[in-house]
Each structure stands twice: as structure tokens, then as C-alpha cells.
Write a protein that binds this ligand. Structure first.
Ligand SMILES: [Zn+2]
Length: 102
């Protein structure tokens, strides 16, 4: 079951709720009792970028735990993005200085 994050606009209270997708979202604040509760989308969003075969809805399931463990044991090769970025800015700088001479 996915975890939803809620925030009460009346008192600012934040909480999480385990709910099925079919269930209605929480509307009433557990602390102040007002119907000012808003569902936040932020919960677990970063997990999308971990990618590869499992979905956000089962990120706390056993399969996710196994996948996460696997990744830790055998880390993926890292792409050196910093290097390519430096190269790009270098060529850009060279071009800029070249145009100023004539
Ligand atoms: Zn409240």
C-alpha cells in the first residue's frame, strides 16, 4: 500500500497515511478536526529516479527491499557527468575568446 503525505492547511500539521489507491483521501485533520487537509505529492517521488522494474506503489514491499539491497551490493558504474560538463564549458570559453581578437 502506498503512503500518502498530508498537510493540514488550518494548523500546519503534517502526517502520513497508509491507504489503498481506491480509498478516498483524508480530508479531516486528526489534530484540529478541520476539513483543510491537503494531500502532498512529494512522498516517495524521488524513488522514481531509482528506476528499473518496480513501481512507486510497491516501494515498501519485499521486492523493493530486495532490489535496494542488490543495488547496494553491486553498485552500478557511475557516469562522470562532471567531466563532460567541464569539456563543454571549455569549448564555449575558447570560442568566446576567439571572436574577440579580430
Ligand atoms: Zn489541522
Amino acid at each position: 500500500m502506498p503512503t500518502y503525505e498530508y498537510r493540514c492547511n488550518a494548523c500546519g500539521f503534517r502526517f502520513e497515511a497508509f491507504q489503498s489507491i481506491k480509498e478516498d483521501p483524508v480530508k479531516t485533520c486528526p489534530t484540529c478536526g478541520k476539513n483543510e487537509v491537503e494531500r502532498l505529492i512529494s512522498a516517495g517521488a524521488g524513488l522514481l529516479f531509482k528506476g528499473s522494474g518496480f513501481y512507486i506503489t510497491d516501494y515498501r514491499s519485499d521486492s523493493y527491499q530486495r532490489e535496494a539491497k542488490k543495488e547496494k551490493e553491486a553498485p552500478l558504474p557511475q557516469i562522470d557527468t562532471k567531466k563532460t560538463a567541464d569539456k563543454k564549458s571549455e569549448t564555449k570559453a575558447a570560442k568566446l575568446s576567439g571572436t574577440g581578437t579580430t
